[in-house]
Structures are given as structure tokens and as C-alpha cells.
Design a protein around this ligand. Structure first.
Ligand code: GTP
Ligand code: SPV
Ligand code: MN
Length: 613
């Protein structure tokens, strides 16, 4: 049992406060309890019983609907408040000591000022609610230095989701206590205290939202939202924003990347990490169904990779997460059967998808034809004649990663997998070819630094606008972006030339004049990856272009592909005029990042201009 007798209760604290022998944790919990004034305190032990109790409570409270156990065993549909459906980048802050340390890409407020504001918001914020203490670890408990965190939350939906997304509970706490381990304190409240007798709503949240990181102190405070990356604080807040700061200090990389393990027909194994912005294809590529004979693909990670230099001068990647928090729309038996099988195995929480009349879930792209009747993500009747989608575009499934039939055994290895190639990619209708290989690491960092993509529904704000998104980390870099790019250069310099992964830029989303995708994508991306890992192993043809090395169309294995070869040629084309039009934007972007941008990246921009003539 996690509770140790030492710090059982503090004066004035509800009687259900159990405890811990971890002095710093006990002190923090006591301090928070006094601030937020909960009605009760519960320590999450991560057990089956606890999952059952939480899901029963969510159903009884009207927050969750239990799905038909024949169709989706032990699975739940949750409808959020319609104003709380995505990450809120405009209310996400990096409160470093100085504005400069947060850099021009992050919102910044003086940390003392922010702490004062948050203290005001959190005062009494859990009245009438249960405060849950969730000890968790990101990555392996068997790692040399396990990455511990503790989330305090008043949302049982968050506790249940953390059961899926991280390793939580008694075993984690016991090891923290045994080793007196440091942890990242993550404080979360939906910001909706209940007065005595006040009726709760299914999805409590607040108009006022603050997702705040204190990078020096390595802590997170999140207020007002119950949604995904705003509330499951082990994910984006810890494993990317805080971890990127730790990684900078310790010489590694915390990245918004999937990790894929490929075996070629000769039995050679290749690991590829890929950074694509939110809702741009990481989960789908991580669950690739290969379309080339003799190739197999397995999943190591689908959203976050922690990448460390190893003793041999290479890079090794681990996935710090224990679950999938995937975009539902577009996930179907034809596009991503692996994910469909994982969610069909049950034990899943679906947020903002549609409900079928027989107690199952549905979303756009799951099947070709929608059912004749649904209840949409807002709880309203829906038919195919409705003019709004049945599922919210950022609706999600939350499923244990162990349910993936494609999960690689190497997922369990705390040392991680050696990377042969790193991909960066975005969603661009024009300009950016299907695949480009960087000439060297520095050029690769330039491609990554100037990566561009059309915005998606994963964050609030306008959708479809091209923005620069360095290494797909724009919303997740926990410090100055120029320093982050210098760090990338430095990490590369420290690697051995033979083991340094090659960097590539991909674009699955280029379109023809008529608006259709030029490249079929999904499983057919195997053909691009086969070229990529071949190049990383020193094989395969490439032609020089001003933007990098591009495969001639016959360097791609296109056997059995139904796509018109002219479309493939158009997907691969480097149009000098389009790129000349892009040049000033690239320059303006580097300038906007300010004086910390490494000179090497400005030099790459000049070199690109020179090559374009
Ligand atoms: P986050 O979880 O938000 O980080 O997203 P993600 O990067 O994991 O994106 P995901 O794989 O969930 O894909 C998002 C959307 O892109 C879905 O609607 C997919 O169907 C679509 N998509 C993914 N891969 C491809 C592809 O190769 N081609 C095309 N055309 N669409 C794709
Ligand atoms: C993303 O937006 O990149 C996600 C979903 O993976 S969230 O957890 O909400 O950040
Ligand atoms: Mn993501």
C-alpha cells in the first residue's frame, strides 16, 4: 500500500488524506489541499478496482456513457463542454525568470506575477470535489533515472485517462519513496468549485484557462480545462515542455515524434522517428500497414519521443507514454486497421465522437457510409443529411498502447531503439515535395527549423493557415526557440558520422490543381520509407535539387501502386518558382526568432537562395 503513517493528516485537512513517506511530496500535497479546499482526498493506486470505481463514478455523474460491452468492452464515451475541445495555445505560458528565456514563440508572464494570479484562481477551486493525487512515471520505471511526476487533479476523467496514458499508482509511489526521487509537480483543476447542494454538470470547466509551466522550478499548473493536452499533464506539459528544458540541460532531445521499427525483406531492422505537427499523421505512420512485400512495421511510439545520444555515438529513442490519445476522424479499417483493432479491444475512453443507436462509437472516416442515425458529439440527433460533422474534428480515442497488435517488443526497453533516420513533415498543399533528404545534419536542422504546415483542429484557432512549426514543436518548446535549434545542432555535432541519423522532410498532403491528394499516403508511405532507410544505409539513388536530395521517380519502389505515375512525379517535383516565393517567408521566420538563431541556419537560408538562383 502506498500510504505510510508518517504524514497522514495535516490540521484542517479532510480525513481521507492518506499519505506518503516522501517528505517533499507530502508537503506539497498538504500545501495544495490547504489552498484548494477539496471535500476529500484520494491517492491513485493504479489498480483495476480503482479503474472500475472511477468509470462507475463517471457514468453515475453523467460525464461518461458506458458503451455496449459486446461492441466496446469496458469503454466510455465522454462529451466535453463545447468550449473545451482542444489545446489552448493562446493561454499556454512558459514562465521562465526572463521573457528572453521563454523566447519569442511562447507566451510569457513574470513567474511571480503568474504564481500570484494562479494562487488566486486555485484558492478554493476544488470545493465540493475530490482531490486526486496521481503518482506517475513517464517512460520506464526501470530506467536509470525514472522520470517521475505527480498530478493533483479534481477531474476523475483525468485520473481515468492517466491510467491509460502513463504508468500510475502504488508501485510508482513506492519507488519514489524508496529512492527519495525528485518529481515534477503537476497541479490541475477544472476550475469549477461546487457550493453545498449545487448540482454538478457533466463536464465542469472554466472560461478562464491557464496552462502554465515554470521551467526553472520544473512544475506545471493547469487551470480551467479538462481536455487532453491541457489536462493530462504527463503528456505535452511534462514530456515535451518541461522535458525539453531538462533535455537541453542534460544533452538529449524531447520531441513531438512517433517512432517506427521497420524490417526490410533482407531482415535488416531500421528505426525511424518522425516529427509532424498535431493532426498531421504521426499516429497513422506509427501504425503503418506496409504495402511492399517482405516489409514489416512495428510501433514504438506515436506522439512523443525522448531521444538520447548513446555511448556509440548514435541516438536512441524511447516512448515515454503508455497509451494512445489519437485523432478519431480519419481513423478507419481502410486507413488504420491497427488503431481500429486497438480500440476494439476495449478499455478505451472516447471523447467527442458520435454515439450509434446500438451503443457503439462512430466518427467521420471510420466507415465509407455513416449510419442512418447517430447522436452527435454535442448530444444532438444526427443524420447523414445534417450539415455538421457527427464527431468533433479533434475528437479522440484514449487506449492502452499494449492493445496495439503492432507494438514492438523494443517499446519496453528503457534504453530505447537506435535511430537510422529522422523525418520532419507538415501538411502543405503546394511547394514541399513528397520527400527530400537533407545534405547533412546542419541542412537537416534548417529543414526542421523552417518546417511549415497548415493549422489543424488540434488547437483552438483558425484551421488551414500555413505556419512555421520548428520540428513540429512550436507549441511545445519549453524555452527559447533559437536556443532549441542551437541545441539540435550541438547534439548532432556530438554524434559519430557513421551513426548520426540522416534527416528527411516529407509531405503526404501535396495536392493537384483539382484539389485531390497527389500521393495516396497511409500504407503507401512504406514506399517512401523504403527509400529513406535505404539512403540512411548508403543505398538508393537521389538527385540534387536546390532544396535537397530527391528520389528520381524510378528510385521509389512503385510496383503494384495504382496511383498515376504523373501524380507521383508531380508529388516529387521541386518547383523553383514556388520555392523562390517561399524564400522571403523563410527568412522572415528566422529573423522573427531573433538573435539566438544559430548563424548556421541563416547561412543555410542564404545557401538556399543561392541554389535557387
Ligand atoms: P496528434 O495526435 O494531434 O499529434 O496527431 P497525429 O500527428 O498523430 O495525426 P494522425 O495520424 O492522427 O492523423 C491526423 C489526420 O491526418 C487524420 O485525419 C488522418 O486520416 C490524416 N492522415 C494521416 N496520414 C495521412 C496520409 O498519409 N495521407 C493523408 N492524405 N492523410 C493522412
Ligand atoms: C496534439 O495536439 O499534438 C495531441 C493531442 O497529441 S493533445 O494531447 O491534446 O496535445
Ligand atoms: Mn500530438
Amino acid at each position: 500500500a502506498p500510504a505510510a503513517p508518517s504524514a497522514r493528516t495535516a490540521p484542517g485537512v479532510p480525513s481521507r488524506l492518506e499519505g506518503t513517506s516522501h517528505a517533499r511530496l507530502a508537503a506539497w500535497v498538504r500545501e495544495v489541499v490547504e489552498l484548494v479546499e477539496p471535500a476529500a482526498v484520494r491517492w491513485a493506486d493504479g489498480s483495476e478496482q480503482e479503474w472500475r470505481a472511477l468509470t462507475d463514478e463517471l457514468v453515475a455523474a453523467g460525464t461518461a456513457i458506458r458503451l455496449d460491452p459486446q461492441r466496446k468492452p469496458d469503454s466510455y464515451l465522454v462529451r466535453s463542454d463545447p468550449g473545451d475541445v482542444a489545446r489552448v495555445e493562446d493561454r499556454t505560458f512558459i514562465c521562465s525568470r526572463t521573457r528572453e528565456e521563454a523566447g519569442p514563440t511562447n507566451n510569457w508572464v513574470d513567474p511571480d506575477e503568474m504564481r500570484a494570479e494562479l494562487t488566486g484562481l486555485f484558492r478554493g477551486s476544488m470545493r465540493g470535489r475530490t482531490l486526486h493525487v496521481i503518482p506517475f512515471v513517464m517512460g520506464s520505471l526501470r530506467a536509470e533515472h525514472p522520470m517521475f511526476g505527480v498530478e493533483i487533479t479534481d477531474s476523475p476523467y483525468v485520473v481515468a485517462s492517466m491510467h491509460v496514458m502513463a504508468t500510475v499508482g502504488a508501485e510508482v509511489l513506492a519507488q519514489m519513496e524508496r529512492t527519495d526521487a525528485d518529481f515534477v509537480p503537476c497541479l490541475h483543476s477544472v476550475g469549477a468549485p461546487l457550493e453545498p447542494g449545487q448540482q454538478d454538470v457533466p463536464w465542469p470547466c472554466s472560461e478562464t484557462k491557464r496552462i502554465v509551466h515554470f521551467p526553472e522550478e520544473r512544475s506545471v499548473w493547469s487551470y480551467g480545462s479538462g481536455y487532453g493536452g491541457n489536462a493530462l499533464l504527463g503528456k505535452k506539459c511534462y514530456a515535451l515542455r518541461i522535458a525539453s528544458v531538462i533535455a537541453r540541460d542534460e544533452g538529449w532531445l524531447a520531441e513531438h515524434m512517433l517512432v517506427l521499427r521497420l524490417t526490410d525483406p533482407a531482415g535488416e531492422v531500421h528505426h525511424v522517428a518522425a516529427a509532424f505537427p498535431s493532426a498531421c499523421g504521426k499516429t497513422n505512420l506509427a501504425m503503418l500497414q506496409t504495402t511492399l512485400p517482405g516489409w514489416t512495421a512495428e510501433t514504438v511510439g506515436d506522439d512523443i519521443a525522448w531521444i538520447r545520444p548513446d555511448a556509440r555515438g548514435g541516438l536512441r529513442a524511447t516512448n515515454p507514454e503508455a497509451g494512445l490519445f489519437g485523432v478519431a476522424p480519419g481513423t478507419g479499417w481502410s486507413t488504420n486497421p491497427t488503431a481500429m483493432r486497438a480500440v476494439a479491444a476495449g478499455r478505451s475512453i472516447f471523447t467527442n465522437v458520435a454515439l450509434t443507436d446500438d451503443g457503439d462509437v462512430w466518427w467521420e472516416g471510420m466507415t465509407d457510409e455513416p449510419p442512418a442515425h447517430l447522436v452527435d458529439w454535442r448530444g444532438r440527433d444526427w443524420t447523414p443529411a445534417s450539415d455538421e460533422p457527427a464527431a468533433h474534428p479533434n475528437s479522440r480515442f484514449c487506449t492502452p498502447i499494449h492493445q496495439l497488435p503492432s507494438l514492438a517488443a523494443a517499446y519496453e526497453d528503457p534504453e530505447g531503439v537506435p535511430l537510422s533516420a529522422i523525418l520532419v513533415g507538415g501538411r502543405r498543399r503546394t511547394t514541399v515535395p513528397l520527400v527530400v533528404e537533407a545534405r547533412d545534419w546542419q541542412h537537416g536542422v534548417f529543414l526542421a527549423a523552417t518546417l511549415s504546415s497548415e493549422t489543424t483542429a488540434a488547437a483552438t484557432g483558425q484551421v488551414g493557415v500555413v505556419r512555421r512549426d520548428p520540428v513540429a514543436m512550436l507549441p511545445f518548446i519549453g524555452y527559447d526557440a533559437g536556443d532549441y535549434l542551437s541545441h539540435w545542432l550541438r547534439v548532432g555535432e556530438g554524434l559519430s558520422p557513421e551513426r548520426r541519423p540522416k534527416i528527411f522532410c516529407v509531405n503526404w498532403f501535396r495536392r493537384g490543381d483539382d484539389g485531390r491528394f497527389l500521393w495516396p499516403g497511409f500504407g503507401e508511405n512504406t514506399r517512401v520509407l523504403a527509400w529513406v532507410v535505404g539512403r540512411a544505409a548508403g543505398r538508393g539513388d537521389a538527385r540534387e535539387t536546390p532544396v535537397g536530395l530527391v528520389p528520381p521517380v524510378d528510385a521509389l519502389d512503385l510496383r503494384g501502386l495504382e496511383t498515376d505515375p504523373d501524380d507521383v512525379r508531380a508529388a516529387l517535383a521541386v518547383d523553383a518558382d514556388e520555392w523562390r516565393a517561399e524564400l522571403p517567408e523563410v527568412g522572415a521566420w528566422l529573423d522573427a526568432l531573433g538573435p539566438t538563431v544559430p548563424a548556421a541556419l541563416h547561412a543555410e537560408h542564404e545557401e538556399l537562395a543561392r541554389r535557387l538562383g
